[in-house]
Design a protein around this ligand. Structure first.
Ligand code: HEC
Ligand code: HEC
Length: 382
C-alpha cells in the first residue's frame, strides 16, 4: 500500500475484503476476514488528542488480530471476550495449539484507574503507565505496557518465541501502514509501539457505568455522592451483608474506583494442599504460598467461572465456598478464620442472604462497556 495515500482514503479502502488463509486447526477455516473500522475514529480518551485515540485504535486492531500469534490462530480477544467483560467463559482458555493455561482469564478493565492514573497522563502523545498495580493473579507484572507483550511471547498463549519477529510479520499486512502512521507518524513498526498501542487500548476499557458506581459516586468524583437508595431493597440488603455481616469488603474494596486492593494477595482456603503456589511462586516465600490477588468484582456477574483456576461455575458456588467450604490451608487469611478458635470460618450464609448478595453483585455490571462498539472486534467474517 502506498505511503502517500491519506488516512481518510485508507480507512475507506480498509473495507476491502481481505483474505486470511489460516491453518487447518483454526475454527473458522475458509471464511474471509476483513477489517471494518468505522470511518470516524471512536474517541477512547476524550481528553486526549487525536494521536492518543489513533494509538488506541491501532491497539484495538492488534488486540483482535490473530496474526500476533505464531500460527495465526489466537488473538488477545480469543481469551478476553468483550461480552464477558474481557474475561473468558471457560475455566482455562486455549492457547495457540489449543494448549490450555492453568489460570482463569481475568477481565480487562480499569487498568489505568487501578494504577492511580486518570486520563490526563500523556507525554508526547503516549500514555504514561505507572508501576503501582499488581497484574496477573500472582502480581508478577506491574506495568500494563510490559504486560501486553507477555502473552504474545508466552509459548502457551500465543507462541511467539521472540517479539522481535512481529514487526516484520505485521508489516506484511495491508492495513497496518496507515494505522501506524496515524498513531506514530510513520509506517515503521517496532515491538515497543506494538506494546504501547495495545496497552493504550486496553487501558481505555473502563467499567464505571454500573448501578453501584452510580449509587456511591464512583463514576463521578470519588465520594461526591453516596445514595444507596438508587439500589433496590434487596440489593441494599446485599450491600449490608457484604460490607458488615460477612466483611467481604475487608478484602474486596468496592468503595473505590478500582474496586479492589490490587496489591493484596490472600489465601481464601480453597485447598488444604496447594496445587498452585500463586504469589509464593513469585516471591519464593513460603508464607505467600496459595495467595492470589484479590480480584476486582467489577462485572463479576459476567466473568464466570470464578477464582484463579475457574473452579466455581456460578456465584452461588463461590458463596457456598465462603459459607461452609473454607479449608484449613496453611496461609489462610485471618479474616476467614474464626476469631476465637482460629479454625476456618463457617459463615453459614442462608439461601435468602445468598440471593441478596448475588443481587447486589449484579449491580457491578457495566452493560455499556460490554456493548461499546469501540471495544469490539473490528475484524468481520464473511
Ligand atoms: C490463551 C489465552 C490468552 C491470550 C491469547 C491472552 N491472554 Fe491475557 N490473560 C490470560 C490469562 C489466563 C491471564 C491470567 C494469567 C495469570 O494470572 O497467571 C491473563 C491475564 C491478562 C491481564 C492481566 C489482568 C489483571 O487484572 O491482572 C491482561 C491485562 C491481559 N491478560 C491482556 C492480554 C493481552 C493484551 C493479550 C494479547 C496480546 C492477551 N492478554 C492474550 C489469557 C490470555
Ligand atoms: C480474606 C480476603 C477475602 C474475603 C474476606 C473475601 N474474599 Fe472474595 N476473594 C478473595 C480472593 C483472594 C479471591 C481470589 C481467590 C483465588 O482465586 O484463589 C476472591 C474471589 C472472589 C470471587 C471470585 C471473583 C473472580 O473473578 O473469580 C468472588 C465473587 C468473591 N471473592 C466474593 C466474595 C464475597 C461475596 C465475600 C464475602 C462473603 C468475599 N469474597 C470475601 C479474597 C477475599
Amino acid at each position: 500500500m502506498k505511503k502517500s495515500i491519506t488516512l481518510g482514503l485508507i480507512i475507506g479502502m480498509i473495507i476491502i475484503a481481505y483474505s486470511c488463509k489460516k491453518n487447518s486447526d483454526i475454527p473458522t477455516t475458509n471464511s474471509t476476514v476483513y477489517l471494518d473500522l468505522p470511518t470516524t475514529v471512536a474517541k477512547y480518551y476524550p481528553a486526549a488528542g487525536d494521536t492518543v485515540n489513533n494509538i488506541a485504535t491501532l491497539g484495538r486492531v492488534m488486540f483482535y488480530d490473530t496474526h500476533l500469534s505464531v500460527n495465526n490462530a489466537v488473538s488477545c480477544g480469543s481469551c478476553h471476550k468483550q461480552q464477558f467483560a474481557f474475561a473468558d467463559n471457560v475455566a482455562f482458555s486455549s492457547g495457540y495449539q489449543n494448549r490450555p493455561i492453568l489460570r482463569n482469564s481475568p477481565p480487562i478493565q480499569n487498568l489505568l484507574t487501578s494504577q492511580g492514573v486518570v486520563f490526563t497522563n500523556f507525554v508526547n502523545s503516549t500514555i504514561v503507565f505507572n508501576d503501582n498495580s499488581k497484574l496477573f493473579w500472582d502480581g508478577r507484572e506491574v506495568n500494563v505496557q510490559n504486560l501486553v507483550s507477555r502473552p504474545i511471547d508466552n509459548h502457551i498463549e500465543m507462541g511467539m518465541s521472540d517479539m522481535s519477529v512481529l514487526p516484520q510479520k505485521l508489516s506484511g499486512l495491508y492495513y497496518y501502514p496507515a494505522l501506524f502512521t496515524a498513531a506514530y507518524g510513520s509506517t515503521e513498526i517496532t515491538a515497543d509501539k506494538i506494546s504501547n498501542a495495545i496497552a493504550t487500548f486496553i487501558a481505555s476499557i473502563n467499567a464505571t457505568h454500573t448501578r453501584f458506581d452510580n449509587a456511591i459516586g464512583n463514576n463521578v468524583l470519588l465520594g461526591s455522592a453516596f445514595n444507596l437508595n438508587l439500589l433496590t431493597a434487596v440489593e441494599q440488603r446485599g450491600y449490608n451483608l457484604f460490607m458488615t455481616k460477612y466483611n467481604c469488603g475487608n478484602c474486596h474494596h468496592i468503595v473505590s474506583n478500582s474496586y479492589n486492593d490490587s496489591t493484596a494477595f490472600m489465601d481464601t482456603g480453597l485447598d488444604p494442599v496447594y496445587s498452585d503456589n500463586g504469589r509464593g511462586a513469585i516471591t519464593g516465600n513460603a508464607a505467600d504460598n496459595g495467595k492470589f490477588k484479590v480480584p476486582s468484582l467489577h462485572n463479576v456477574a459476567l466473568t464466570a467461572p470464578y477464582m484463579h483456576d475457574g473452579r466455581f461455575k456460578t456465584l452461588d458456588e463461590v458463596l457456598d465456598h465462603y459459607s461452609h467450604g473454607i479449608q484449613n490451608s496453611p496461609n489462610l487469611n485471618i479474616n476467614l478464620k474464626d476469631s476465637l478458635t482460629l479454625r476456618p470460618l463457617q459463615m453459614n450464609i442462608s439461601s435468602d442472604e445468598k440471593a441478596s448478595i448475588i443481587a447486589f453483585l449484579n449491580t457491578f455490571t457495566d452493560n455499556q462497556m460490554i456493548s461499546d462498539p469501540k471495544f469490539s472486534n473490528p475484524f468481520k467474517v464473511k
